[in-house]
Design a protein around this ligand. Structure first.
Ligand SMILES: Nc1nc2c(ncn2[C@@H]2O[C@H](COP(=O)(O)OP(=O)(O)OP(=O)(O)O)[C@@H](O)[C@H]2O)c(=O)[nH]1
Ligand SMILES: [Mg+2]
Length: 311
């Protein structure tokens, strides 16, 4: 029904047909086209059907589902197999709270996470990796001169979407992976003033590699996000983003909310017994608090221990 277009097929310009109603098309959607699919200049096809989505990555503008912003849900991308969480090791500094949120979103959407630590030429990865020791989270380190073979191997055969704060180097990486992509790249000082260089998501086919057979995969560049709101994720599902903690909760009393106020929450003993990093529990509880409108609205994704901005 939805045969793949090959690398040599033309790029088709298409618009949404009226019969789709209010259903929106997002990057990653697989669609049926009618009309002029020749790709010739001026040719316009119509999108008449959207295939059922294998996965849907969503985020909300805020965490608190009782506010208008919290209810404003955005589909970031459809049909992604892998969420590449891009975090710079410096400039801007890494935010483990942000990474934790992306992990929650990935597990909730059934998309595999991959941690991509950029600007490894500016700072070491030890602090960030130390925080995730218990997770066996796959990761790659990127510096301007690094060989991308290991990353290409992880991207092969799948649709991967890059998410991260503005200025972490998503488009720079896409340009290295897909030399003809020509994605605009910004300077971090401009980003600090609230400018985002990329303004829309774009899916690009990765080029075939000389010594690898099969499909090299697709990469989706997205605009930098200020925060990854999780109002759409239930409190119970939030815990799936913390596989190092989830096991402990079988010993919790019925209806335990797992907050710091719960006297008998089993998570405290779990962490006190060295089974998980106390910073992870603190991060989980910050997320719980943020969803009920508490927490620090200025830098919700900075966990204690993350570097300060500008340091
Ligand atoms: N030192 C260093 N700088 C890098 C690296 N990767 C990217 N940069 C720089 O970081 C700045 C921002 O890079 P972009 O690729 O535009 O960042 P982005 O994540 O696409 O940003 P948005 O599109 O705003 O979300 C540019 O000046 C890049 O040259 C790296 O590995 N090391
Ligand atoms: Mg960009």
């Amino acid at each position: 029904m939805f045969p793949d277009a090959g690398p040599d097929d033309p790029t088709v310009t298409a618009m949404r047909a009226r019969e789709l109603g209010r259903k929106s098309v997002v990057v990653g959607d697989r669609v049926s086209l009618v009309g002029d699919t020749s790709g010739a200049p001026g040719a316009l096809a119509r999108i008449v059907r959207i295939a059922e989505r294998r996965s849907v990555l969503r985020r909300t503008a805020e965490d608190d589902a009782t506010t208008a912003e919290g209810r404003l849900e955005r589909v970031v991308v459809a049909n992604a197999d892998q969420l590449v969480i891009v975090s710079a090791l410096a400039d801007p500094p890494p935010r483990t709270g942000f990474i934790d949120r992306c992990l929650v979103a990935a597990y909730d959407a059934d998309i595999e996470p991959l941690l991509c630590l950029t600007k490894a030429d500016l700072a070491g990865p030890e602090a960030v990796l130390g925080y995730y020791t218990e997770l066996e989270l796959p990761y790659v380190l990127i510096r301007p001169d690094s060989d991308l073979a290991a990353l290409r191997a992880l991207l092969a055969g799948r649709v991967s979407v890059l998410v991260g704060h503005s200025g972490v180097g998503k488009s720079t990486l896409v340009n290295r992976l897909v030399p003809e992509a020509d994605r605009a790249v910004g300077t971090v000082s401009a980003i600090g003033r609230g400018r985002h260089t990329s303004t829309s998501a774009v899916a690009l086919r990765l080029p075939p590699q000389p010594h690898a057979d099969g499909d090299p995969g697709w990469i989706i560049d997205t605009p930098g996000v200020r925060s990854f709101g999780l109002a759409h994720v239930s409190a119970e599902s939030l815990l799936h983003g913390f596989p190092d903690l989830v096991e402990a909760t079988v010993d919790c009393p019925a209806n335990c909310q797992h907050t710091a106020e719960e006297a008998d929450c089993a998570l405290d003993a779990w962490v006190a017994g060295g089974k998980a990093d106390p910073r992870r529990l603190a991060s989980y509880r910050r997320l719980l608090a943020s969803r009920s409108g508490e927490g620090d609205p200025r830098e919700p994704e900075r966990n204690p221990g993350d570097p300060l901005a500008g340091s």
